[in-house]
Structures are given as C-alpha cells and as structure tokens.
Design a protein around this ligand. Structure first.
Ligand code: ADP
Ligand code: MG
Length: 477
C-alpha cells in the first residue's frame, strides 16, 4: 500500500511536470491492472482491461480510453465496479471512472482502414426471461486446444473474439443468438468452442452442448428411425448453451430445419443461449427457410476474416511454442507468407516442416522448408495483374474487358472468377481487388467471391477451370 499512497500524493499534486504525471499514471495503471488480473480470467483481462489506456485524472474522474465503442460499452456495463474499486484501493480514496473511445489516428494505412470494416453490434435486448441455472454439465466433444487463451487475436477476428467472450461471460443476457461467419479454416469452430470452455469453467452449472449441423441432422434421423423423438426434444431443449456449427449444411434439409426452428424457439423463449456458425452471413443462406434465417439474424452477427501476415506468423509462433517445435523464425515467416487464406492449412504446413525437421534431426532453413512444402511458388507474390490477364485469356477476353463496366454474361463470369482467384492466391483485400477491377465496390467484390465459392460446390466443371487457370498463373511466372 505504501506505493499506492506515494502515488496518490504525486498524482494529485498539480505542480508536477508533464513527464512525471504520465509516468505516475502508468504506475497507477500498472497497479490497478495487477489488482484486476488477480480477480479476472486471463481472456477477460486481456480482452477488456489490457487494451484500455489511462488518461489521468480530469474533472475529478479517472479517464480511461477504450479502443472501440464495443469495448467501452462492455467495460462500463460489466467492469465499472471492479475498476472503480481497484482505483479507489490504489489511491486510498473513492474515485469515479469515465471511459471514452479512442479517436482514430489521423493517418491510417489503407490496410488498417479495411480491417476496421466490422459489423456494428446491435443493441442488447434485455431478456426478462433469463434466470439462474441449476447444476449441469457438458455434452458433446470439445477440442481442449480451442480456448480463448490459445486464440491469437488480430484485426481479422478482434470484434468476433470480443463478442464471443462477451457471450461467454454472460450467456443469454446480451447477444442471443450469436452468429459467427467466415471462410473455411479461419477459426469459427475454435471461437465457438472457446465459449464452451469458458462457460464450463466460469459457470460450471451450465449445460453446454456443441454439435455440428451434420451431427444434429444425424441425431434427428436416428431419433426419427427409432421413434425416440420425445427423448431427442427433451435432450436439446434442456440445454443452456447450444452451439450449432456449420449451419450452411442445413440448406435443403427441410425436416432438420423444422426441428431446429422449434428447438431455437423453445430455447430462446426460455432465455437460453444459442450460438451458430456458418461459412456465410445468414442473409446469404438463401436455401434456408425464411423463418429460420430471420431468427439467425435476430442477435449479433460477427465475421472472421483472413488474418494478415503478422497475425499468421503469431499463430504459427504460438503453435510452435506450445508444441515445442524447433523451427526458425524465417521458416515461420515463409509459411505465413505462403498460406494467406486458411489457418488450418497454415498449421498443416508447420506440422509438415516440424515432422521433417524431427525425422532428419535438423533445423530447416527456408530453402529446405520450401522444398519440403513443395512450393514452386510463393502465392503471396503472385501478381494480381497476371491473374487478371490469365483469366481474361482463358475465356478469350482481354484484361480491359474485366476492368470495364460491361455486365455481359461472359465478361461478368470471367471477372468473378478473377476475383475468386486473386482472393485465394494473393493477400489482396476486397477493396483492393475492387480498385484493380474498374473501381468496383467492396460489396460487389465480396458478392462475386461468395458466388463463385457457392457455385464451386454445385459445378465441378468450374472447379476444373479454376484449377487450370491457377496452374497457368503459376507456370507463367
Ligand atoms: P473454421 O471452423 O473456421 O473452419 P477452425 O476453428 O477449425 O476453423 O480453425 C482451423 C485451425 O486453425 C484450428 O486448428 C484452430 O485452432 C486454428 N486457428 C484458427 N484461427 C486461429 C487463431 N486466431 N489463433 C490460433 N489458432 C487459430
Ligand atoms: Mg469449423
């Protein structure tokens, strides 16, 4: 406490010079953080408290600055009392806090601006039917590695991660349902299961169930065929946190959709938390019944995008540390640069390099790692113009056609294919691709990318075409 008292005197002394004010602020903030760290879970601390900045005492209140509206609102709603107590304890007298939001820096890089494109949270709907839970347990298998602690946070998932933690801290009280969407291998299942791990640890009385949409369907088919529908319904409707992963697989499965619709209503009405994930936002799940799709849109929708190269490297480093892989930073950088769109593939490449290194008892240099991974090419370095040119030629068009305003069917299709290939082979963001293809909007590019992704599932011939074009792009370098 001696330190705290000394601090109080210095912070309240108006004659102090600027330099020492900020250093005492940071000493106070250190102490407050130390107090809070001991009374919170690590993910909650890292997500809500650590990003705050102390701006000193103004108008009798401790001024804190949060990185986003979402962060500020959550801190004020859930941690105001803890923060006030911690400051008061360190200063040895009662002090109020105020949290404002950081004004964005005047100059931001384009990449930073693009990364900021996140859905805004919808206002929390107070749930009058929420009530305490009775002792419960976990149902379903969780991967023990998929925790908040093991999730690397970057611009690509910052909002989704914070929203997931908010849901885990106060299930069914804020964002219900919580809908996560994003491309394959970007960490949707990881975040969903992190909510389950967190809830089981901090609310051990909850009954938590994680299923994939496919498992739910199989469970339903089994119940129908064995005439055990009552047991099936009882099982699903008693759950406190139900997570259904990959709901895009429900498209076209009418009976399963109907059952999920009733399960959803029963759980939502009794104040239970529902968490869903999909590879697309709910509004584009067009083969789902309207009534189900609209329910999926009721709560909070958050997306996960492709991580940037620094975050990819951080993910690899974390995995290498956790699994005691002896891989040099240059090799991690090489893997991070060459796997732009899928964390699962990124991890697969690291596993391959680590296994080779262990078997041969050597620490790989980037050249050996490149040959172990069979990389003739570093996809991050593929020229986007080259892709546009190759796609145009493949469809007997010219690059300028793809960049023109033309909406003729063949031009439009070739343009969509080019968008898809650029997005999968390079690190170009949607706005960047739009710029390159005749200043088209981010939404147009996103739509084109999603369209080809969906068409690929239905038309194997399109997959063949894309493979051929990709091979041509690689061989022309
Ligand atoms: P999705 O469900 O989106 O297809 P997963 O959640 O299965 O993706 O993630 C694929 C792999 O990548 C998993 O091993 C997961 O742990 C890892 N992963 C994805 N994102 C992250 C992240 N931000 N930090 C650490 N690991 C991640
Ligand atoms: Mg998944």
């Amino acid at each position: 406490m001696l330190l705290c008292v000394q601090f109080r005197e210095s912070v309240l002394n108006p004659s102090m010079i600027q330099q020492s004010e900020s250093s005492t602020d940071s000493a106070l903030w250190e102490q407050v953080q130390t107090l809070l760290k001991n009374s919170m879970s690590q993910p909650s601390f890292e997500t809500w408290i650590h990003p705050l900045r102390l701006n000193g005492l103004q108008s009798g209140k401790m001024q804190l600055v949060a990185p986003s509206d979402f962060n500020r609102d959550w801190v004020l709603k859930n941690y105001r009392a803890q923060l006030t107590q911690a400051f008061s304890a360190c200063l040895d007298h009662e002090v109020q806090i105020e949290v404002s939001v950081q004004v964005p820096a005047a100059i931001e890089t384009q990449a930073e601006i693009e990364d900021e494109e996140i859905e805004l949270p919808q206002p929390a709907k107070p749930d009058s039917k929420w009530r305490p839970w009775t002792p419960k347990s976990l149902q379903g298998n969780l991967n023990p590695r998929y925790t908040f602690e093991n999730c690397v946070v970057g611009n690509h998932n910052r909002f989704c991660h914070a929203a997931a933690l908010a849901v885990a801290e106060t299930p069914a009280q804020t964002y219900n349902p919580f809908f996560i969407y994003g491309g394959v291998g970007l960490g949707k299942t990881h975040l969903m299961q992190a909510i389950a791990h967190f809830a089981l640890k901090h609310h051990p009385d909850l009954q938590v169930k994680y299923v994939t949409a496919e498992q739910f369907t199989n469970d339903l088919i089994n119940a129908l065929s064995t005439k055990t529908m009552k047991a099936f319904r009882d099982k699903y409707r008693k759950i406190d946190i139900l997570m259904i992963d990959d709901v895009q697989f429900l498209e076209g499965k009418e009976r399963t959709q109907e059952e999920i619709f009733h399960t959803f209503n029963a759980l939502h009405q009794s104040g239970k938390q529902i968490i869903l994930s999909s590879d697309r936002p709910p509004q584009t799940l067009t083969a789902l019944e309207d009534r189900l799709r609209s329910r999926f849109e009721w709560g909070l929708i958050a997306d996960v995008q492709s991580p940037d190269v620094e975050t990819r490297q951080a993910i690899l480093q974390k995995k290498a540390d956790r699994e005691n892989f002896n891989v040099c930073p240059d090799v991690l950088k090489l893997i991070a640069e060459s796997h732009p769109n899928n964390v699962r593939e990124l991890e697969g490449a690291l596993n391959k390099v680590a296994a080779y290194s262990m078997l041969t008892n050597t620490i790989l240099d980037p050249d050996t790692a490149r040959s172990v991974l069979g990389m003739q090419i570093n996809p991050a370095q593929v020229s986007q113009e080259k892709i546009i040119d190759t796609v145009a030629r493949y469809y007997h068009l010219q690059s300028c056609d793809l960049k023109s305003p033309s909406r003729a069917k063949d031009v439009s299709h070739a343009r969509q294919v080019a968008i898809y290939i650029i997005r999968t082979m390079t690190e170009a963001s949607f706005p960047k691709i739009g710029e390159m293809l005749g200043n088209r909007t981010h939404t147009t590019i996103l739509y084109a990318y999603e369209k080809i992704k969906t068409d690929l599932n239905q038309h194997p011939a399109l997959g063949q075409q894309i493979q051929e074009i990709t091979a041509r792009v690689k061989s022309c370098r």
